[in-house]
Design a protein around this ligand. Sequence first.
Ligand SMILES: Nc1nc2c(c(=O)[nH]1)N[C@H]1C(S)=C(S)[C@@H](COP(=O)(O)O)O[C@H]1N2
Ligand SMILES: [Mo]
Length: 306
Amino acid sequence: MLIRKPPTIVGSEITPESVYHSRRQFMTAGAVGLAALGLPLGATAGWQADDEITPENIVTQYNNFYEFGTGKEDPAAYAHEMTTDPWSVEVSGAANKTGTFAFEDIIKGLDVEERIYRFRCVEAWSMVVPWMGIPLKDILAQFEPTGNAKFVEFKTLYRPDEMRGQQGFFSSIDWPYLEGLRMDEATHPLTLMVTGLYGKDLPNQNGAPWRLMVPWKYGFKSIKSIVSIRFTEREPINTWKQLQASEYGFYANVNPAVSHPRWSQASERRLPSSLFNVNRRPTLPFNGYADEVAHLYAGMDLRKYY
Ligand SMILES: Nc1nc2c(c(=O)[nH]1)N[C@H]1C(S)=C(S)[C@@H](COP(=O)(O)O)O[C@H]1N2
Ligand SMILES: [Mo]
């Protein structure tokens, strides 16, 4: 199932582009096929957001991906400069199967599902998106994490040649972008590794070829364009906490009761939102997924562990 690659990938082992693209199309077709068969299409309680789906052009043109700039339009304008094929992923730390793997080999044989999730940015806007992806637990299981794996850390590509936001001195972020989850969060059935949107391959600006989606956490936990997965015993560093620990924590669970130091988190602007129709609605604890995930934090003071 999982083909182990030597630490450096040589040219002959890289999947030819044509095969690669048809594989990706097959993945997408597979997911749509499931829907046609009447099999679960995010229909399980909580997976399916009962709100209206956000128009695709907003989801692909209003983004946060600081590697391409800080403006919401920058990722759509510049992310095409990133090469996503070939794509290799380094797996390390507390697991039996570590090394460098081709992205296609990791996802090969795993079912891509469509899950309609609410998504809420810490900046108080939100969307409802039909994500296509693979439960993260199914991906991680292939590497056989050991008992010492208490957390998992993810890293985004660092390639200043292709990511203009990583160039220059004005950027305050210490690249690469880092995020982490506790192992029980990472293996929760709601946690998805996203490979597509709206039944199509994932656009670069949304984190191609794969990005995380943790629907009960603020958007910054959902790290894009992942090139490294590391199993750790201790809580990993995450970029936003590193940048401003008073404003961003490790957990980042959506919590209307805990304000960001500079603004309230009690409500959100559901996109599309305009001056004339702000489309404001109350923010729900755990972004509306409390029934599924609140037990993960039983006994924890969520004001302290924000
Ligand atoms: N590598 C990386 N991942 C990232 C970010 C980023 O700047 N770089 N921004 C995060 C933030 S703050 C949000 S809200 C979401 C935005 O995802 P979207 O553009 O697909 O809506 O991506 C998250 N993942
Ligand atoms: Mo965000």
